[in-house]
Design a protein around this ligand. Structure first.
Ligand code: FAD
Ligand code: MLT
Ligand code: ZN
Length: 462
């Protein structure tokens, strides 16, 4: 611990756990983007709200920048510390604090992993319904800070819908108790919702009170094979009209090639260009009959070429692995990720235009398409060829993202549907948020963090 600032931090916060080994600086200084070289000052691992307050008071007095850090599964560089910032990791603050059976809320510390939150809810016979593949490593604090989406948004909405209250420490060490679990609260600005999606730029979330709900009815999982992109939204409409959908996700043949080479099982005898995984409430004969009716309708129209329905929990898991395994399976190719959204009604036209743009723009790159198509959210992952340098690759992808951003603007879309802006999307924020909006965001940032110490350089430049 050579840096005298860290000695002074320990004086200000005696007993604080600090890590400064090079391996720790590397580990805690980056997220899943792997584009920036980690270079944090040190890693603070507070165990209590009081310690978080002391760290932030010290950072304010010393003018040291702080990067709030959850599971670092982020895909936009939001938790990257590449400029001598102090990483404030919530990983030791990971416990359930209180269950309220009448309110059906659970209060947890912000560093609790999403999967642990799922399990804690189940202990009370209820569910916390936000879910996605990073569940084992991402934290509820990071989920709230990014307004995470995932595979159940079509049924339950984004993280925002489930946050009933937040305890947040401001940069000068004040504790804000936001909304306090209320369902109705019209008493001025809702700072709780302002913190949701603020990517660690306004305050540090230390506790969250989340709403829980009843477990869903029994469900089944169907894998569909599609002939073309053009029929995707028609298949979606046919299924949505007939079924209570829990999920509706799409991916391409290239995605399947990557997930199967990572151990996923492929159930069809031949390959097809496009696939959908849909999960729907079933459990009775009427549910299954409706699912068959949707399938047969699509097959008659030529929109679906093949299909399989899960016959067991194990088979449902295998089908999901084809979709949920994509991020991990393509990670070694350093994918450049676009995470865009438009209204569902705009999706057919947007898809057609985007497909032609991406086809022309990347004739030599592998492009993996997938996403939460039932929410209007498309993931486009461009894979880096081994013989192209990182800088050339990112340069080309950034050029195409500018063009994509123009298409998005025409469709009133968003440059980030669910991963957040962080560092990766910062140059494109102005393509889908107006100048007036960004100026107001900068004003809000100054009100919360006048010296610009909380996650500086993320989302926008102050
Ligand atoms: P981090 O990466 O640590 O941080 C993310 C941002 O939140 C940073 O800006 C950080 O500063 C801030 N932050 C973290 N904790 C706090 C806190 N306590 N207080 C204030 N700010 C904080 N995302 C989706 O939305 N949908 C998906 O389907 C999805 N699938 C994924 C699948 C895989 C395999 C992976 C690797 C990632 C996926 N993600 C997905 C992205 C990622 O998991 C989410 O963005 C998640 O919400 C990040 O949580 P985290 O704890 O890892 O946050
Ligand atoms: C997903 O939907 O699988 C995630 O958002 C992760 C990703 O885009 O890689
Ligand atoms: Zn996603």
């Amino acid at each position: 611990m050579n840096d005298p600032r860290l000695e002074s931090l320990l004086q200000a916060c005696p007993g604080l756990r600090l890590k400064t080994d090079p391996a720790d600086l590397e580990h805690y200084g980056r997220d899943w983007t792997r584009r920036w070289t980690p270079a944090p000052l040190g890693i603070a691992l507070p165990a209590t709200v009081e310690e978080v307050q002391a760290v932030l008071r010290w950072a304010s007095a010393q003018k040291v920048a702080v990067v709030p850090s959850g599971g670092r599964t982020g895909l936009s560089g939001g938790a990257v510390a590449a400029n001598g910032e102090l990483v404030l990791s919530l990983e030791r603050m990971n416990k359930a604090l209180d269950f309220n059976a009448v309110d059906r809320t659970l209060t947890v510390q912000a560093g609790m992993p999403l999967e642990a939150l799922h399990n804690a809810a189940l202990e009370h016979g209820l569910i916390y319904p936000v879910d996605f593949a990073a569940r084992g490593s991402c934290t509820i604090g990071g989920n709230i800070a990014t307004n995470a989406g995932g595979i159940r948004v079509i049924r339950y909405g984004n993280t925002r819908e489930w946050v009933a209250g937040l305890k947040v420490v401001t940069v000068d060490g004040e504790v804000l108790e936001l909304n306090k679990g209320l369902i109705k609260n019209s008493s001025g600005y809702d700072f709780r919702q302002l913190i949701v999606g603020s990517e660690g730029t306004l305050g540090v979330i230390v506790e969250a009170t989340v709403r829980l709900t009843d477990p869903p009815p029994a469900s089944n999982v169907m894998l569909l094979a599609l002939p073309s992109f053009e029929v995707l939204m028609q298949v979606f409409s046919a299924f949505r009209e007939r079924l209570q959908l829990e999920a509706f996700e799409f991916f391409t043949d290239l995605a399947v090639r990557h997930t199967t080479s990572h151990g996923a099982h492929y159930p069809f005898e031949q390959t097809y260009p496009y696939y959908v995984v849909t999960e729907y409430a079933s459990g009775d004969e009427a549910g299954e009959a409706a699912a068959m009716a949707a399938f047969e309708h699509c097959a008659e129209q030529g929109w679906v070429l093949d299909g399989v329905i899960s016959a067991s929990v194990e088979q449902a898991k295998q089908i999901w692995r084809l979709r949920e395994g994509i991020t991990e399976a393509v990670a070694r190719h350093k994918p450049y990720k676009n995470d865009v959204s438009v209204r569902i009604s705009a999706m057919p036209a947007f898809l057609a235009q985007t497909q032609s743009l991406i086809g022309d723009a990347y004739p030599h790159f592998e492009v993996v398409w997938f996403g939460h198509i039932g929410d209007g959210n498309l993931h486009i992952n461009v894979l880096k060829p081994d013989d192209t340098s990182d800088a050339d690759f990112v340069g080309q992808c950034e050029h195409v993202t500018k063009l994509l951003a123009q298409v998005l603007a025409r469709y009133d879309g968003s440059i980030s549907a669910e991963h957040g802006i962080g560092l990766v999307k910062k140059p494109y924020l102005s393509s889908t948020r107006s100048r007036a909006e960004i100026a107001l965001m900068q004003g809000v940032k100054r009100a919360f963090d006048p010296s610009g110490l909380l996650n500086p350089g993320k989302v926008f430049d102050a």
